[in-house]
Design a protein around this ligand. Sequence first.
Ligand code: BEZ
Length: 211
Amino acid sequence: MSLRLGDIAPDFTAQTTQGTINFHEWIGDSWALLFSHPADFTPVCTTELGKTALLKGEFEKKNVKVIAVSVDDLDSHNRWIPDIEEVNNVKFNFPIIADEGRKVAELYDMIHPNASEKATVRSVFIIGPDKKVNLTLTYPASTGRNFQEILRVIDSLQLTANYSVATPADWKNGEDVIITPAVSNEQADQKFPKGYKSIKPYLRVTPQPNL
Ligand code: BEZ
C-alpha cells in the first residue's frame, strides 16, 4: 500500500554518493526532502538535480536535508554528477541513494508499473523531524518538478507545525495566513497578538506570525 500523510516514513540503510546512511539517523532533528528520479543520464533529471544543488542553501535555511534516489548504482551516479555540475554550473552537494536493488523504491512505492516497469516516477516526500510523512507528490517522468513550489510548501508545513495556522490558495512566504478552525476566537486573541480579521466565522486571517 502506498504511504499516506501522517505515516512514519519507512527507515532504511542504503549506499549513497556520500557514504552509507541510515535514513532516520541521517534525518536527525531536521526535516527531509526525499525525491526520486527515473534514471541517471537523462535530460529532465539533470536539470532537477542541478536546480536542487543550487537551492541547497535555501533548504538548509529551513532546516531541510535533501536526498535523491534512483534505481541506478553508485558508479552510475558518480559518473553522472560531473555532467550535472557542468550543465548547471554548480558544485554537487547532496547525496544520491544508489537503489539498484529497489529497496527504497519499493518501500516508498516509487515504481508505478503502468508508467514504467523499471524506473521510479518523480516522487517527492517531505518528512518532519518526527519522521512522519508531511507531503507526497507524484510527477510523471516527462515533467520536471518546480523546486520553488517545494520550498513554498515547506514554509507552509513549518508554519502549521509551529503556529496552528494554514495557508490559503497561492500563498507565498510573507503573506497573511489562516487561523485553523480548531483555535477558538478567545485562543486566537492570545495566540495572535498582531490581531486577525474574520472574513467569515470560519475564515480568519492574521499576519504571518513568525515575521
Ligand atoms: C528525463 O529525466 O529527462 C526523462 C526520464 C525518463 C523519461 C523521460 C524523461
